[in-house]
Design a protein around this ligand. Sequence first.
Ligand SMILES: Cc1ncc(COP(=O)(O)O)c(C=O)c1O
Ligand SMILES: [Zn+2]
Length: 404
Amino acid sequence: MSYIVKCFECGRKVTDGLLDSCPKCGGLLTVEMDLSPLVRKELKDLRKEPLGVWRYAPFLPVDRRKAVSLLEGGTPLYHCKGLGKKLGMKDLRVKYEGANPTGSFKDRGMTVGVSRAVELGCKVVGCASTGNTSASLAAYAAKAGLGCVVLLPSGKVALGKLAQAMFYGAKVITIDGNFDEALDIVRQLAKEGELYLLNSINPFRPEGQKTVVFEILDQLDLHVPDLIVLPVGNAANIWAVYKGLTEFRDLGWIDKMPRLVGVQASGSNPIFKAFQEGKRDFKPVEHPETVATAIRIGNPASGRKALKAIYDTDGVAVEVTDEEILAGQKLLGRTEGVGVEPASAASIAGVMKLRQSGEIAADERVVCICTGNLLKDPDTIIKNSGEILKSKATMEAVKRLMAQ
Ligand SMILES: Cc1ncc(COP(=O)(O)O)c(C=O)c1O
Ligand SMILES: [Zn+2]
């Protein structure tokens, strides 16, 4: 495996492993893998390994033999026939990332990112987070025996995620500000050498995250879906998916690209707004707000990468309200038995909206990436579910309630 790290904006090669941005123009970094060892290979050559992130080791910029792994990836791709029927769709699939070791897609990026931290000899890792990144980083840092610091927006992190970060032994610091402010602080701490930054601006994180689309293509035997739909917060994941697709395409393993659909909450929608105006850059939203706290981000660090991913695939950015998100979450649960957190349900809500407007045709094959597990955010579910029935401890009393 060989690769270079270069600037996404100006193309400059960057060799200092501790930098998170270009020393010349300040642009984000990206990894360019040398795929030549794979040129004469086919996907089936990788299938000796179990489905999961490390099946795709030749596409990853760390040594798999030294990888810090919790056996991430290998998540189900559900064929949602019931929900598809309800929405008037022939072929709707859900890639259920809630089945990862810490319950979200972040584990794909963290196995690679924390492996990189170990390779560099770093002793302390850190991140800003809306919750899932901190949960994942805390677990992988524990596995690797590294110190871990996470900065969270006070009062705006779902309970399950907070519990995870605390449980795995991270130093949990909540700030009286939002995610964007937390990220500014942690970037500064990294610059001063206090920690190794493992937010998704670290170019090794999207390298792991791109494996979600490798798996989708693998599970579909390389039949490329028409659309892939996913939520957009800090905006690295849609970039990761795009990058993975280009790598399979460049090898000739697929011959077309799916359209990428980025879904944002209407209270945190800078990418949607930029897309509406046909722009490749975005204006930050100052006070982002949404029930989908995982994507409550006004100034997405990888926003420019996300817009490239959308434009280059002839994709779409769409916004959905909190009500639409909660309706999508409930519908998925009650028609398919699949439980996802609100941010993940944004992708379902996005499909519902695009199907209604006719942007998605009835016979198109659509894959929704549902990024996190239902149990991450029990408060939101309880608040938006019906009442619990209370009964005396007798069979008659229970029967009366059953009959109501
Ligand atoms: C469950 C969930 N979905 C989606 C996202 C958005 O991913 P990204 O920030 O890469 O756009 C996040 C980010 O925290 C998340 O936790
Ligand atoms: Zn640059």
